[in-house]
Design a protein around this ligand. Structure first.
Ligand code: URA
Length: 434
């Protein structure tokens, strides 16, 4: 077997065997297949696709490339959640404490932001002192004692994905459905949870722009989860505009806290309730979605979800007071309003544009591991379908200086489209795949 022949085979549209995927992954991780050959193979996948059988083989080989997490010492039902990536997506920050406070254990590995999308690990670091470098023993102990722990992805868990994802990111091969399926599901299946809930985004800020592709992505991930014996469910939701109102690390933490305080009843809370209800019904803790949603709303109303977040922050070395007093979180020295250039209805807000503006403010990364400013970002005042007067503020820019705000302003204005008539309303939750 040799890599050249496998590239030609895929380029010609043929199915590769399990042994061939094993050869590709083992040798790529070992360094004996160079990046240029793997890039050529990935691009052949872009044009020729992969059968579901091939996606399964690739996922299995990726899992085998490293360690798997053993959660057998965590008592109770363990759930994991993964988002396919979006802008303003702070769902984990609100959902995990809600689940933990109703008795589901969440022992989760998360990533940092890359490109126009944010990452949970960066957001969590907004809590002064909080660490996400949690070793194995402490990880299990915290899952048992607090009910919820989030650590940064270790290098030992699915190293094939680490290497492949970095290569995909710079070779135009991220938005390829079978590669997203195997990337996400290899990490989830290696993480040892009983229930996997997938938050699949669709629209301009998502990797899958078309709704039918997002549903196909959801279907294939759910099918793989089930083959591996895990209870798996996916919720497909809108990412044509940013989720909620805040985009930027500390600003998003504040918005998630507002949900847990019962002060925010918007789309972010709606998504958390649906995702949480999927977990509770799969876990057999609720008979129906309505019953599950009631349980989750109760833990917001009685303050237990907010206290759970504070317990989590403290267990990970952070300042729990910041959960109750968000003025202790990083805040940018300057704020600027962005006036609407015209009167009319907001037709679209390109989520990826808002994400890119946050990078221009210093709140996101162009290059892996570059430092970021946790305090900067934007808070939207108007969403798609809202009417805005000329010069009325569309959003507030939180910036470290005037120059970065100016640069962001240009990208932000390009992200808006207006219309004289109200745009057609589209459902936020597009469907659930079980
Ligand atoms: N998120 C992942 O973890 N992998 C992908 O390929 C895309 C989004």
């Amino acid at each position: 077997m040799n890599t050249y022949d496998l590239i030609i085979k895929k380029r010609g549209g043929s199915e590769l065997t399990k042994e061939e995927y094993s050869y590709l992954i083992k040798n790529y991780v070992a360094g004996s297949i160079p990046d240029y050959q793997m890039s050529a193979f990935l691009m052949a996948v872009y044009f020729r696709g992969m059968s579901e059988k091939e996606t399964l083989y690739l996922t299995e080989e990726m899992i085998k490339s490293g360690d798997t997490l053993d959660l057998s010492n965590v008592q109770g039902i363990k759930a994991d959640k993964h988002s396919t990536g979006g802008v303003g997506d702070k769902t984990s920050l609100a959902l995990c404490p809600m689940l933990a406070s109703v008795g589901i254990k969440v022992a989760k590995m998360s990533g940092r932001g890359l490109g126009h999308t944010g990452g949970t690990i960066d957001k969590l670091e907004s809590f002064p002192g909080l660490t996400t470098s949690i070793d194995g023993e402490r990880f299990i102990k915290q899952a048992n004692e607090v009910g919820f722990v989030i650590a940064g992805q270790t290098a030992h868990l699915v190293p094939a994905d680490k290497k492949l994802y970095a290569l995909r990111d710079v070779t135009g091969t991220v938005d390829i459905l079978p590669l997203i399926v195997s990337s996400i599901m290899s990490k989830k299946l290696a993480s040892g949870a009983d229930i996997i809930v997938l938050d699949v985004k669709t629209g301009s800020g998502a990797f899958m722009k078309k709704e039918e592709d997002s549903f196909e992505l959801a279907r294939q991930m759910v099918s793989l989860g089930k083959i591996a014996g895990k209870k798996t469910v996916a919720v497909v939701s809108d990412m044509d505009e940013p989720l909620g109102f805040a985009v930027g690390n500390a600003l998003e933490v504040k918005e998630a806290i507002a949900v847990l305080k019962g002060e925010n009843e918007g789309k972010l809370r709606e998504l958390c309730l649906i995702l949480g209800a999927c977990v509770l019904t799969e876990a057999g803790m609720a008979e129906s979605e309505a019953e599950a949603i009631k349980m989750l709303k109760n833990c917001i109303e009685d303050g237990s979800a907010l206290r759970k977040l504070a317990d989590f922050v403290e267990a990970q070395g952070g300042d729990r007071r910041a959960v109750f007093d968000t003025s202790l979180l990083p805040s940018a020295p300057f704020t600027f309003e962005l006036p609407s250039p015209k009167a009319g209805y907001i037709k679209t807000i390109q989520a990826d544009g808002i994400g890119r503006a946050c990078i221009a403010l210093g709140g996101g990364r162009e290059i892996k591991d570059s430092p970021i400013d946790l305090s900067v970002g934007v808070v939207l005042h108007k969403k798609t379908g809202d009417y805005v007067n000329c010069n009325e503020s569309l959003l507030t820019i939180h910036a470290r200086d005037k120059e970065s705000a100016k640069e962001a302003e240009k990208i932000l204005l390009e992200s808006y489209a207006f219309s004289d008539t109200a745009p057609e309303k589209r459902a936020f939750i597009r469907g659930i795949v079980r």
